[in-house]
Design a binder for this molecule. Structure first.
Ligand code: ATP
Ligand code: MG
Length: 477
């Protein structure tokens, strides 16, 4: 990027010094405006829908900027995942301008402008929270609104709907590299916290006092790691320092929000590296306490090997533009903890392994959804994939044919193949059998099933299946 032609010291920084310590920025910090010829962002790199929203807001007399990942990634010559817009129009004002608009979020109220499947997120400039009970003011009028901001005792923001000016909005963003604003009016990029310099030096740096900013929103710890990995940057030492100690604050985050975050972390295309870094900072352990119970010093447990494997293969699929199913990832990561739990349940209760397996599946998923609210449609798939694993072993008669008709057969078979990498000879053979069975014609399949009967089913058929689970009794009377 070219040199800075236009550089003015921002008085806004000094103004806030005595206000909200959480968003304090160093006094010498300057606000920099990069003119069109000094940066690489061109309108043709911005989605048509985002441009439409920017133009319409501008035309109606509001300020509107592209902000966040859209600007950051374009400056890095990367394709942005989405385009976020910030404006001084309130959500209600935005709604009036766009027929295809939906207001969402309680903690952080936003407008979604819908263009078919494409959604442009438009946020109203955020202002400062004072410690007194907060009344919100809107940027255009100062009509008072009820209870728009609140914090819990740890300093966590429970509501963040105090509107403000663009300067305040910039200070309330998380990282310097995310506080960059692109205007379609004059094509400038406004940099509030030396974000361009940090982009050039590849540094992820929180604005303000890191501990306070993490306490306000502990998810910022996850975001620091996500951006460091995604953008191949280092986390600034002061930004990294408090993470380990504050990691347990993630326990206060609603499980539904953590589900969304978990997808961004695991399905970013760099899931494996993200997991490793999250683990180093004791963050992964907060999201997946069940998995953490199986962590070892030398990372040698089956659970750890499976996590590494599933994340590496997910990354590969994403690189190949293939679909990834979050249920498959969750099923894989939680499989060995579930199996171990099933053994324990079976041992402690005397239940058959099948019944213990069902109990353990429920237990593990119930535990996991307490931290990460995996939606029911996915937990149903996780259960299906797991239950099919039991069915794979039972192939006699029509069973194998039935198993193949199950809607989740493909996923379950892929899962079996994956288990074959980590489990004993029997599972390898089983996976091999199923590979052949799928490729065989009807005749051959019949024969394969018969062979299973001949070879593997030495027990005579029983009329009374309820006896099957009983221990063999001595033959005497
Ligand atoms: P990407 O979309 O590539 O994951 P992003 O930076 O655009 O990255 P979003 O979650 O889309 O991330 O958020 C858009 C912008 O909103 C961010 O760049 C940041 O400025 C601001 N933001 C998001 N989450 C927070 C947060 N927890 N605290 C402060 N600011 C945030
Ligand atoms: Mg974004």
């Amino acid at each position: 990027m070219g040199c800075i032609i236009f550089n003015r010291v921002a008085s806004f920084c000094r103004k806030v010094l005595n206000r909200d310590s959480s968003t304090r920025v160093p006094e010498e910090q300057t606000l920099q405006v990069y003119q069109r010829q000094e940066h690489s962002i061109s309108r043709k790199d911005i989605s048509e829908n985002a441009l439409k929203v920017l133009y319409r807001l501008n035309k109606a007399g509001y300020d509107a900027y592209l902000v966040g990942g859209g600007v950051r990634d374009l400056l890095l010559d990367k394709q942005p995942k989405d385009f976020d817009i910030a404006t001084n129009a309130t959500p209600e004002e935005i709604k009036k301008l766009f027929r295809n608009c939906r207001l969402i979020g309680r903690r952080f109220r936003l407008a979604h402008i819908l263009f078919g499947r494409d959604i442009i997120e438009v946020a109203t400039f955020r202002g400062h929270h004072s410690d007194a009970p907060v009344q919100a003011t809107t940027p255009k009028d100062s009509k008072q609104k009820p209870q728009i901001s609140s914090r819990n005792r740890e300093g966590m923001l429970l509501r963040d709907n105090v509107y403000g000016t663009i300067d305040e909005d910039a200070e309330r963003r998380d990282f310097t590299i995310n506080a960059l604003y692109y205007s379609v009016k004059d094509f400038t990029v406004t940099d509030y916290a030396n974000g361009v310099e940090d982009l050039n030096n590849r540094i992820v740096r929180l604005m303000g006092d890191p501990e306070t900013r993490y306490r306000e929103d502990p998810v910022r710890m996850l975001r620091a790691v996500r951006f460091a990995v995604k953008l191949d940057m280092d986390i600034d030492p002061a930004t990294a320092a408090p993470i380990q100690e504050l990691s347990s604050l993630l326990q206060d985050i609603p499980a539904a929000r953590l589900f969304e975050e978990s997808l961004k972390l695991l399905q970013s295309g760099q899931g494996l590296e993200t997991y490793r870094m999250l683990r180093e900072y004791n963050l992964f352990q907060q999201l997946f306490p069940i998995l953490a119970d199986h962590f070892t010093e030398d990372q040698s447990s089956q659970t750890e090997k499976m996590i590494e494997h599933i994340l590496a293969s997910t990354d590969k699929r994403i690189a190949e533009d293939k679909r990834v199913n979050p249920a498959f990832i969750y099923a894989a990561m939680l499989w060995y903890p579930m199996m171990i739990r099933a053994e324990e349940v079976s041992f402690a209760s005397g239940l058959s392994f099948y019944d213990a397996f069902m109990v353990a599946s429920n237990d593990i998923l119930d535990d996991q959804v307490r931290t990460i609210a995996i939606p029911r449609r996915h937990t149903t798939t996780v259960r299906d994939i797991w239950q099919q694993q039991l069915r794979f072993a039972r192939r006699s008669g029509k069973r194998a044919f039935k198993t193949m008709e199950h809607p989740k057969f493909r996923a379950a078979y892929d899962f079996l193949e994956m288990r074959a990498l980590f489990e004993g000879h029997d599972i390898k053979e089983l996976a091999q059998w199923w590979a052949e069975f799928q490729n065989a014609d009807r005749n051959q399949r019949g024969k394969m099933v018969m062979n299973v009967n001949e070879g593997g089913n030495r027990r005579p058929r029983r009329r009374r299946p309820q006896q099957r689970r009983k221990k063999p009794q001595p033959k005497s009377s």
